[in-house]
Design a protein around this ligand. Structure first.
Ligand code: MF3
Ligand code: CO
Length: 265
């Protein structure tokens, strides 16, 4: 069953997701040459706890940290480490938090210093793909329409979509129904309705789609070693479309442009 949230529940979801969005905005500024992802993780945990919230990932099936920090060919679930970031890296920072019984979840992939043109293109197209998916969210549309829109955009640019990990409903658990694949035909399966809350999170590879999990039991990497990017927003279905709960006020204009681009091309 896909839960539709009441206004009071949506207020709580908005609060925790705004917190996640704000912390992520700070964390992305810390991804500079010489910094380590462990340092970024420590700041993330401090910010979450200062706000009276709890990290959502730490302890989840034994995951050891507040953020997932996935570098370059790492797709998702990279564990923060002492390896200093170097110019040209791309770093995915994924963070979840729990506040007042409700979860928030968001991710961005950021360039460390100046990155190669193909890397920058991968980041741009992956974020655009997320916004194509968001654009598909409205009452009456199908869950599968999201993945269809994501896949169309990523593959139109010659990139591939990771199959093994999916987006998800989110609420009083981090992962709720439905699963939201980032690929496949649309127009089938359950319909979206006002009050549903979804974490949409495309993972896009510069090379082939195949991934494997390293011996640490967590870190997913591309099998061919190609770069991978990951962006995630949590959205609530509204009467007209959706509200991006993890979007900060400062990013609203940029989001409008991304959504506009989705409409016009
Ligand atoms: N955003 C990811 C997800 O929703 C991150 C989960 S990391 C984990 O699955 F450690 F919590 F598994
Ligand atoms: Co998620």
């Amino acid at each position: 069953m896909i839960v539709c949230r009441s206004r009071a529940e949506l207020d709580k979801l908005r609060r925790v997701n705004q917190l996640v969005g704000a912390i992520l905005a700070e964390l992305r500024t810390l991804a500079v040459p010489g910094a380590t992802t462990q340092e970024i993780d420590q700041i993330a945990e401090r910010r979450v706890r200062e706000a009276g919230a709890e990290p959502a990932f730490k302890g989840y099936h034994g995951y050891p940290a507040t953020i997932c920090a996935s570098l370059n060919e790492q797709v998702v679930h990279g564990i923060p480490s002492e390896r200093p970031l170097v110019e040209g890296d791309i770093l995915s920072i994924d963070m979840g938090a729990k506040l007042d019984g409700f979860y928030g979840d968001s991710a961005v992939t950021v360039p460390v210093g100046k990155v190669s043109t193909p890397a920058a293109e991968l980041l741009r197209v992956t974020e655009e793909s997320l916004f194509r998916g968001i654009e598909a969210v409205k009452p009456g549309a199908r869950v599968t329409d999201i993945g269809a829109a994501v896949q169309r955009h990523a593959e139109a640019h010659g990139f591939s979509i990771v199959r093994e990990f999916v987006g998800h409903g989110i609420g009083t658990s981090l992962h709720e129904e439905p699963q939201i694949a980032n690929y496949g035909p649309g127009g089938r399966g359950p319909r979206l309705a006002e009050g549903m809350v979804l974490a949409i999170e495309p993972m896009v590879n510069a090379g082939r789609a195949a991934v494997k999990v390293l011996n640490d039991g967590w870190t997913a990497v591309t099998k061919d070693g190609s770069l991978s990017a990951h962006f995630e927003h949590t959205v609530a279905v509204t009467a007209e479309g959706c509200e991006i709960l993890t979007l900060r006020e400062a990013d609203r204009e940029r989001a409008r442009q991304l959504l506009g681009a989705a409409v016009s091309s």
